[in-house]
Ligand binder design. Structure first.
Ligand code: ADE
Ligand code: ZN
Length: 339
């Protein structure tokens, strides 16, 4: 095994940008479709994988929303989250901030509680069995209107103790963050952590808006921020974390290929860039694969890989003492690996 790959495997990692619905592997999709008597528009698992060729974010989203239609019962949501957490454990992930899209389910008549009960039960079991901790971040679908997001926030308020934060995802172009100003203000007042997808396909102005109008503490993706020097300076100065998803960016044609990915430039500029998988079942790799292919394509040194891992820990919502313990473990792994 390549030296860097060994290091990546041994370092204790956080994942801060994973849509649990995007971890639905075709095999589980078929199993759940059978269990729930749902017909899929694909003949086989191979045919599903063949369909995963995307020209842009919207191409992907159309297939992603169709895929999640097999999720009906609490057990389905449990099985989905459990499969991801098992996979995360195999990648030596210790802490996860898991996005979920309640409106992708409530719009199909699935109660909010069904979704939440299934996810939280899997999270509890994974903490017990694997020691992997996970927090939930509920995303609003930005292609829907602000009133729908507001109703989703209302539903979440009863479960404040089980949801750490709110985010914003789905079709970025034409849906600027400002559309959700009031609902984010309400979420802030309720004490939720705030984050938003911005600068994935959308322009840097959407990133400014997410920071200044929504007041988010973190930016999901944010790769297009690199086009705007004052914005880059602000990220560095204010140490605002970016949850970067390299394989996703390639598969959705946000970047030409991994060798052209701005991850290294982000580190060179002193940004708090982190590595994540986004929708691993659709983009061809979980978090460890994202580290590996990025390290290889961008020729990242051990120190750079370690910086990315440390950034993930620092940018997480873990308590200070747990961050310190994981950072100390990073140091021990590096020392043992002869760094
Ligand atoms: N929902 C799931 N994955 C997403 C992504 N990469 N961008 C926007 N919305 C998403
Ligand atoms: Zn995402």
């Amino acid at each position: 095994m390549h030296d860097t790959d060994t290091l990546i495997a041994q370092l204790p990692k956080c994942e801060l940008h994973i849509h649990v619905e995007g971890s639905l592997e075709p095999e589980l999709m078929f199993a759940l479709a059978r269990r729930n008597g749902i017909r899929l528009p694909y003949a086989s698992v191979d045919a599903v994988r063949q369909a995963y060729r995307f020209r842009n974010l919207q191409d992907f989203l159309d297939i992603y929303y169709q895929g999640m239609s097999v999720l009906i019962t609490e057990q389905d949501f449990y099985d989905l989250a459990w499969a991801y957490l098992e996979r995360a454990h195999a990648d030596n992930v210790r802490h996860v901030e898991m996005f979920f899209d309640p409106q992708g389910h409530t719009s199909r008549g699935i109660p909010f509680t069904t979704v939440l009960e299934g996810l939280t039960r899997a999270i509890g079991d994974a903490a017990e069995k694997f020691g992997v901790k996970a927090s939930l971040i509920m995303c609003f679908l930005r292609h829907l209107d602000a009133a729908d997001a507001g109703r989703t926030l209302d539903a979440a308020l009863a479960f404040k103790d089980r949801i750490a934060g709110v985010g914003l995802d789905s079709s970025e172009t034409g849906n600027p963050p400002g559309k959700f100003k009031h609902v984010f203000a309400r979420a802030r007042a309720a004490g939720f952590f705030l984050t938003a997808h911005a600068g994935e396909e959308g322009p840097p102005s959407y990133v400014w808006e997410a920071l200044d109008v929504l007041g988010v503490a973190r930016i999901d993706h944010g790769v297009r921020s690199m086009e705007d020097e004052p914005l880059v300076d602000r990220f560095a100065r204010e140490r605002i974390p970016l949850t970067v998803c390299p394989l996703s960016n390639v598969r959705l044609r946000v970047v030409k290929d991994l060798a052209h990915h701005p991850l290294r430039r982000m580190l060179d500029k002193g940004l708090v860039a982190t590595v994540n998988s986004d929708d691993p079942a659709y983009f061809g790799g979980y978090v460890q694969a994202n580290y590996r292919v990025s390290a290889q394509a961008l020729r990242l040194e051990r120190d750079e890989v370690a910086a990315l891992v440390r950034n993930g820990i620092t940018a997480s919502l873990m308590p200070k003492s747990e961050k310190a313990a994981l950072l100390a473990e990073v140091d021990r792994v590096l020392a043992a690996c002869g760094s």
